[in-house]
Design a protein around this ligand. Structure first.
Ligand code: NAD
Ligand code: WQD
Length: 346
């Protein structure tokens, strides 16, 4: 298929380009580069030896998206483009509703106008809300979200359901990611947060490489095995593969919802000790007060994706730690650390 990937220069998008190319699809990349650099796409080209048409464009520019869909005879869209920082969404809700909700609406309008009827959307476990029992299952209703980021994901899910209802020949896949971490095993692409990381894995990696002094563990008095929060961390390469697998739904009109996770929770302390053990690097840490809005523990019931898509995670926590470290050690400043031997277009 000809697949448009929005947000393609970002962390998950760049890994998904590789999975889609490996599955034999042709990909077109779109990103406004607000949270990424086109360097990631060049490196994907280096890894795959493919040439990837790239458009620096905003999903809210409906005419330009139409032009791209039309000129590349796009069959399906994998939609990552959006903003993702929970705390920032509380400070700047309009930016989040604009990029995530209006951006998705604009994209869908362009698809409708050009007759493209398959979309795979990056949703999040956060749509289960604050009160859902674990493990989360797709049959549970969306819950009460606690920040504009989460609300924007729930709103787009609902919007896509309504659009599919009105256009029964559309295929909508809503992929609810748990906590993606890790990097491509080549060590050439990975997560490259701007400024101080909000998330645990990049924070640990930046402590390991000396960019940050020590990790603060937010809370050690939760009702969990060791008192720290538990999450379902999955390798970004497994997650990317889930998008390729979800494209089999292109032939099945309807709304298809899948959790993408391992089905297991891991505590913050276990994350630290596994990283240390696998990579032989010490991670100094201190306990700090709980972070507002954190839930004690959640993980996926991941059986539906396995039954319907034949998808399940392949990588272990050790793989995630090893691959994160290979990327961080090789490129301490992410994409700002130059890569030798990379062909530049200039
Ligand atoms: P990312 O920030 O690395 O990638 C998102 C990309 O979208 C960036 O390259 C950014 O420049 C681009 N973008 C933002 N607004 C845009 C716009 N208006 N037009 C075009 N491009 C735009 O984030 P990621 O971790 O790769 O996440 C990808 C998607 O997955 C996001 O929608 C995110 O909400 C969702 N998601 C991420 C996680 C996670 O933990 N990383 C978990 C659940 C869901
Ligand atoms: C994991 C655990 C922290 C940093 C967030 C979003 C969610 C999703 C993924 C998109 C928690 C602890 C963290 C630190 C710490 N994104 N931690 N010290 O909160 O599960 O999910 O990212 O949809 O919507 O909310 O992930 O990596 O931020 O935190 O102790 O410096 O690590 O308290 O228990 P989270 P995270």
């Amino acid at each position: 298929m000809n697949v448009l990937v929005t947000g393609a220069a970002g962390y998950i998008g760049s890994h998904t380009l590789i999975a889609l190319l490996e599955a034999g699809h042709r990909v077109v990349a779109l990103d406004n580069l607000i949270n990424s650099s086109a360097e990631s796409i060049k490196r994907v080209e280096h890894i795959t030896a493919a040439t990837i048409p790239f458009y620096q464009a905003d999903v809210r520019d409906t005419p330009q998206v139409r032009e791209i869909l039309n000129s590349h005879a796009i069959d399906a869209v994998v939609h990552f483009a959006g903003l993702k920082a929970v705390g920032e969404s509380v400070e700047q809700p309009t930016a989040y509703y604009s990029a995530n909700v209006y951006g998705s609406l604009s994209l869908v309008e362009a698809m409708h106008a050009e007759g493209v009827k398959t979309i795979v959307f990056s949703s999040s476990a956060t749509v289960y809300g604050e009160d859902a029992p674990v493990p989360y299952h797709e049959s549970m209703p969306r819950g009460r979200t606690s920040n504009p980021y989460g609300t924007s994901k729930a709103m787009v899910e609902k919007m896509l359901e309504d659009i599919q209802h009105a256009h029964p020949d559309w295929s909508v896949s809503l992929l609810r990611y748990f906590n993606p971490i890790g990097a491509h095993p080549s060590g050439l692409i990975g997560e490259d947060p701007q400024g101080k990381p909000n998330n645990l894995m990049p924070f640990i990696a930046q402590v390991a490489v000396g960019r940050l002094q020590q990790l603060s563990i937010f809370g050690n008095d939760y009702d969990t095995q060791d008192g720290t929060c538990e999450r379902d961390y999955l390798h970004v390469v497994d997650l990317a593969e889930g998008h390729s697998k979800a494209l089999i739904n292109a032939a099945k009109p309807g709304v298809h919802i899948y959790n993408l996770g391992t089905g297991e929770g891991t505590s913050v302390l276990d994350m630290v000790s596994t990283f240390e053990h696998v990579n032989g690097v010490a991670i100094p840490y201190q306990f700090a007060p709980r972070r507002a809005g954190d839930l004690a523990a959640f993980w996926a019931d991941a059986t539906k994706a396995e039954q319907e898509l034949g998808w399940r995670t392949q990588c272990s926590l050790e793989d995630m730690m090893r691959d994160t470290w290979r990327w961080q050690k090789g490129f301490p400043n992410g994409y700002r650390t130059p890569m030798e031997g990379l062909k530049t277009t200039e």
